[in-house]
Design a protein around this ligand. Structure first.
Ligand code: G6P
Length: 615
């Protein structure tokens, strides 16, 4: 959570930083700020609200000519979102400014010590403690900024990505990370530092992903100097080439990123399958699996850890993996797993699923699994992310940047990758017959086109949305492979429209939720032909006889559900195991249009952030 952008070079820093912060608003958007050094003094402008509010405040300010600066967009952890708690935070002398993403867990005791030494605090943030701690080290130890940051960070418990600027040393930025990401863009005589590479994509393709516990001293007149926080050994930076383009991170004519990302799904799924699914040759190849396949085949158990939407993809994977490989699978919220002293055998395999590859709880769960000797396989979207680097092997989803806070294409591509994995393992293990394998390959290849067919029903779904936009509650029901989709559909609606929604296995309805059903209650039911159809039809009759309003996701040509439901959205027929990819699409569009019609901020829903880098 929280986005950081910093610049040092020859260009005007403020437009680069403000534009960069806008791209990072998915990480938090409750308050924001910028500090710029104009050659003589430091200017800090902060405000509650979004980066557009900062921009407006900035425009009302006297022009600031500065080629060095740091900026921040915040998702509050310590201290309410207001101007004072916004970053950058300034030290008591006024010389040091810091932007920070993460949490300093021992901030209270550090603050106490600093107060005893005469420091005062104006904000409620842990970051103000950190900036004064650095200043205190500078004063006591009489060391340069880089060393002072290094010493201060050894006293800190928690997670951080920081960039520090010192008014007395105005040609230098110091950046460091532990548990939160930082990317450094390396240009010609200029450097960019940001929470991900999107803020500098149009300026340079050369990027250094700062490693855990590393600190970088960045000056224009010198090469960047990187060292470990815990030692002075200088580390040669590894410069990678960025694969992303500017087009990837723009709205491309859509009203919202979420809508663009929903419509990108046919291509995103094709990209996920590319080079991996060769249906003519009858093979699935997952290069990262090759040398580890045996571990999977001998696995006692597969444990899946994830959060949010990725956890829902994990639930679909449980059905897929158990069906095709007959290996027992358990799916856990990473946040629960990490604190319950889990039993992990050395022949267990952990699959960690994460769009961002930065989710703090998932990272912590992976660390526990690794400590206990398990093999960890990652399914991530963001290339070079912390999870992709921490895991023993893994597959990227290749969905491209997902910017809308509500996850869409990440989910369907995660299921696609996990389908490939399950099918491949099932075939190698012999738990899936050659002919079934072949049949699944052919069907999987047709899924992107089927997603495109569903997207053509956008107008119908928009109309359905208008009938339900004023609901206060909503129930989502599904069975088997589509039970996780019911959970995901409900999550999408909650996240962006603020309508209370619950997902349930359809048969469980009788054990509670049925009491909620009356003529006001919308019930979304996934009732495709493959997958307990008759039973779901009975569930629909039960809802109808209690006057519930039914929106059904049905297979093309359905007759029985159409007689009962108020609205039906059709999806093309498919094999049962791939229906989650298809049934999810109308639910994404339904949530999107309900939220738009309620006037909600779809891409930046209240209180949420896309990348949850704090626990
Ligand atoms: C946040 C996002 C969700 C996402 C979850 C897990 O809550 O808003 O969309 O599913 O984090 O994120 P990850 O990046 O690990 O998939």
């Amino acid at each position: 959570m929280c986005g950081i952008v910093a610049y040092i070079g020859q260009q005007q820093a403020s437009p680069i930083i403000i534009k960069g912060l806008k791209r990072l608003e998915y990480r938090g958007y409750d308050s924001t700020g910028i500090s710029l050094y104009d050659g003589t003094e430091l200017h800090t402008i902060k405000t509650t609200g979004k980066v557009s509010d900062l921009e407006a405040k900035f425009q009302g300010h006297d022009p600031i000519q500065a080629t060095i600066g740091i900026g921040h967009t915040r998702w509050a952890t310590h201290g309410v979102p207001n101007d004072v708690n916004a970053h950058p935070q300034t030290s008591n002398s006024g010389d040091l400014v810091v932007v920070h993403n993460g949490i300093i867990e021992n901030y209270a005791s550090l603050k106490e010590e600093l107060i005893q030494r005469g420091y005062t605090f104006s904000s409620d943030t842990d970051t103000e403690v950190l900036v004064n701690l650095i200043e205190d080290v500078q004063r006591k130890e009489k060391v340069k900024l880089g060393k002072a940051v290094q010493i201060a960070l050894t006293q800190v418990v928690g997670a951080y990505a920081i960039v520090v600027f010192d008014n007395k040393k105005p040609n230098e930025l110091v950046a460091a990370r532990l548990g939160s990401p930082l990317a450094i863009g390396v240009g010609e005589g200029e450097f960019f530092v940001a929470s991900d590479a999107t803020p500098f994509i149009e300026y340079t393709k050369n990027v250094i992903y700062l490693e855990e516990e590393h600190l970088a001293i960045i000056r224009c007149d010198r090469d960047i100097s990187i060292r470990k926080i815990t030692s002075d050994k200088v580390i040669k930076p590894y410069i990678e080439e960025l694969q992303m383009s500017l087009e990837n991170i723009q709205k491309g004519g859509y009203d919202h990123f979420m809508l663009k990302e929903i419509f990108e799904q046919p291509q995103a799924i094709r990209d996920t399958l590319r080079g991996r699914l060769l249906s003519n040759e009858g093979v699935i190849t997952l290069s990262s699996l090759r040398e580890h396949e045996n571990k999977f085949l001998k696995a006692r158990r597969i444990l899946i850890v994830a959060c949010g939407t990725s956890w829902h993809a994990g639930l679909v994977a449980e059905y897929l993996l158990e069906k095709f490989t007959r290996i027992p699978v358990e799916v856990e919220y990473a946040s629960e797993f990490r604190y319950r002293d889990p039993i992990i055998f050395s022949d267990d395999i952990i699959i960690a699923i994460s769009q961002s590859g930065e989710t703090a709880d998932t990272l912590a769960a992976i660390n526990i699994a690794k400590e206990r000797g398990a093999f960890v396989f990652g399914v991530c979207n963001v290339v070079g992310s912390s999870i992709s680097r921490l895991t023993d092997a893994g597959c990227y989803t290749h969905a491209g940047p997902e910017i809308g806070v509500a996850s869409t294409k990440a989910f369907t591509t995660q299921i696609t990758v996990l389908s490939l994995l399950a099918l491949r393992l099932g075939m190698v293990k012999g738990t899936l017959s050659r002919s079934e394998y072949q049949q699944h390959l052919v069907e999987l290849e047709s899924i992107p086109d089927k997603v495109s067919e569903i997207l053509k029903q956008e107008r119908l779904i928009k109309e359905v949305a208008s009938s339900f936009k004023d609901a206060n509650n909503c129930i989502y029901l599904g069975r088997g492979y589509n039970f996780p989709v019911a959970l995901e559909g409900a999550l999408k609606l909650k996240e962006i429209s603020y309508i209370h929604a619950e997902g349930y296995p359809a048969a469980e309805m009788k054990h509670g939720p049925i009491a909620l059903i009356d003529e006001q209650m919308p019930v979304v039911v996934i009732a495709t032909k493959k997958g307990h159809y008759d039973k779901v039809v009975s569930n629909i009759s039960e809802i109808k006889s209690r006057k519930g309003r039914i929106i059904a996701i049905v297979s093309e040509g359905d007759v029985r559900v159409k007689e009962l439901a108020d609205y039906c959205i059709e999806i093309p027929e498919s094999l049962e195991c791939f229906t989650p990819i298809l049934t999810t699409i109308p639910l994404q569009l339904l949530s999107y249009y309900i939220a738009v019609q309620r006037g909600c901020n779809v891409d930046q829903p209240r209180n949420l952030a896309k990348s949850v880098t704090v626990e």
